[in-house]
Design a protein around this ligand. Sequence first.
Ligand SMILES: Cc1cc2nc3c(=O)[nH]c(=O)nc-3n(C[C@H](O)[C@H](O)[C@H](O)COP(=O)(O)O)c2cc1C
Length: 363
Amino acid sequence: LLERIMNDFLRRLGLEFPLIQAPMAGVSTPEMAAAVSNAGGLGSLGAGSVDAEGMQQMIAATRSKTDRAFNVNVFCHEPAIRDEAKEAAWIKRLRPEFARFNVPPPAKLAEPYPSFLTDDAKLAVLVAERPAVVSFHFGLPSSEQIAALRSAGIVLLATATNLAEAKLIADAGIDAIVAQGYEAGGHRGVFDPAGPDERLGTLALTRLLVKKMDLPVIAAGGIMDGAGIAAALMLGAAAAQLGTAFIACSESSADAGYRSTLFSSAAENTVMTSVISGRPARCLVNEFTRLGAEIDRREVPAYPIAYSVGKALNVAAKATDEFGFGAQWAGQGAPLARALPAAELVATLRREMHEALARRLDG
Ligand SMILES: Cc1cc2nc3c(=O)[nH]c(=O)nc-3n(C[C@H](O)[C@H](O)[C@H](O)COP(=O)(O)O)c2cc1C
């Protein structure tokens, strides 16, 4: 059975079965990525929100635990355009929330991390370290950056949420497309967050890209178990990328509040919100997303500038044991999350996938 589902893409990466653990900035860890790769999937590092040095440390920590391929993810958003009046109005808007926790809001907003598009140091680290895979979210790097990574022998992946983005990805010479459906947890990979959004679901998007594009497609969004991975394969995907399924792993850096919300009935309600970071992201419904529901998206400063005040508000709230202002990203499959060590979760997913495929192919 395994032979029948193996494809060139999986072989090229040395994977034993078609699973990618999603890069999750602030949640996934080198320990998680190494455990997933050692168990036969592809582990990923969420390096979008750390600087070049932080990324290098993550790569070294992963290499100390595995010899296998892993993925390093970076953010390719258009660099934020500053708007002082909007930022000041935003600070004012959130002042009452900070007041609840007896903390003043930050006087000015900062850009917590630059885009990979302008980060030469990060490119230099990737070219020198040569991880097997690098993936891009929120857009594409420049053709020079792509050429440098390709000539270092790195396999490149990029997220698409629609056919137009997938075509740009193919034209740029990327090796495979991550088809991120609207169900997905975390930030939506849309290239232009101000543009129209068709909100395609994982099933429709995966099938569209499989039929219309010549590149391998990796399905992402709402996939929580082996039956979901099998379903992605049935659609013609080369692999499935799972994020929410890994949030509660022992190796995750999700805090106690995030984990307990994930395992409460609150996990049945997720919402797409731009209020936390300035870009749309699917989050467990919490205090912050409820506030966001009352706010016009156009009031929120650009990503990731808004994130700096969002993170400050979360720190102030957490100091009083209020966890409801965290970036508690999760996909629509959240109620199916399992708290397991990553290696055990991967072994379970693998077994479930085989069972599901056997039922369909041989049953
Ligand atoms: C907590 C969390 C953080 C995420 N961070 C990133 C990230 O840093 N880079 C990225 O490309 N995708 C990120 N994503 C999106 C995933 O790559 C993927 O599209 C998504 O997890 C798939 O949907 P699922 O969560 O329903 O499995 C994140 C998702 C979650 C849940």
